[in-house]
Design a protein around this ligand. Structure first.
Ligand SMILES: *[C@@H]1O[C@H](CO)[C@@H](O)[C@H](O)[C@H]1NC(C)=O
Length: 213
């Protein structure tokens, strides 16, 4: 009797916690197997990989300089060193990127994660760090004070419902409409914004996972 009561109280407490926190962003999702083959690095085309990227103790460290070249000689885009999740492009359904990111103080005007592809424009979501704060493109504020600490990012794209949702450290921080379906995939690393960028940009990523519903 006593243990039944304790069980009920614990269950009640846990349900209240879930109701307050909204549960984990990965609840109801299924992990998609991810191997080295799914991790493709894009970096300035004229620079050896090891000068812009390292993988050590499970941490992908990527950096780029404001005056670096684009990722291919024919591209006119801003410089980047990014992981492109390959082989898991999606066109419908509900997909999620999870990873732990770290951005050192000083990196500014850098896209650290994105959803590439859309019906309108090249991208569905661009998460940028400006002065330690994360913004949606150069606009809406998503989260503050992210320099020099690991944060957990969960980025959910509901293609069927047309929404993008951003969680930081398990907390829902932002939701917006997407830009329509397309050939969609996730990226993370550093990709220089069109303006207001620091000379040196770096981000680190670990425990990257892809989920779908
Ligand atoms: C970042 O570095 C600058 C210059 O050293 C310093 O003034 C600032 O307080 C630092 N910010 C954080 C969040 O550590």
């Amino acid at each position: 009797m006593k243990s039944t009561l304790s069980f009920l109280l614990v269950s009640l407490f846990l349900s209240v916690c879930v109701a307050v926190n909204g549960g984990d962003p990965t609840d109801g999702f299924t992990p998609v197997p991810l191997t080295d083959k799914n991790i493709v690095i894009q970096k300035p085309y004229n620079i050896p990989l090891d000068q812009r990227y390292s993988f050590k103790d499970g941490v992908h460290r990527m950096c780029v300089y404001a005056n670096d070249k684009p990722h291919s000689p024919s591209s006119h885009t801003q410089p980047r060193t990014e992981i492109r999740i390959k082989g898991l492009d999606y066109h419908s359904g509900v997909w999620q990127f999870e990873g732990y990111g770290f951005v050192p103080n000083g990196t500014s005007g850098a896209t650290v994660a994105q959803i590439h592809g859309a019906s309108h424009g090249a991208t569905t979501a661009i998460l940028r760090i400006y002065d330690g704060n994360m913004r949606f493109y150069s606009g809406d504020l998503i989260a503050k004070n992210l320099y020099d600490k690991w944060f957990r990012l969960n980025l959910i794209h509901d293609v069927d419902g047309g929404t993008v949702t951003v969680f930081i450290d398990g907390e829902k921080k932002y939701q917006t409409n997407d830009q329509g379906p397309g050939d969609l995939y996730f990226k993370c690393g550093v990709y220089a914004a069109p303006a207001h960028i620091s000379y040196y940009m770096e981000s680190r990523w670990r425990d990257i996972k892809i989920y779908k519903k």
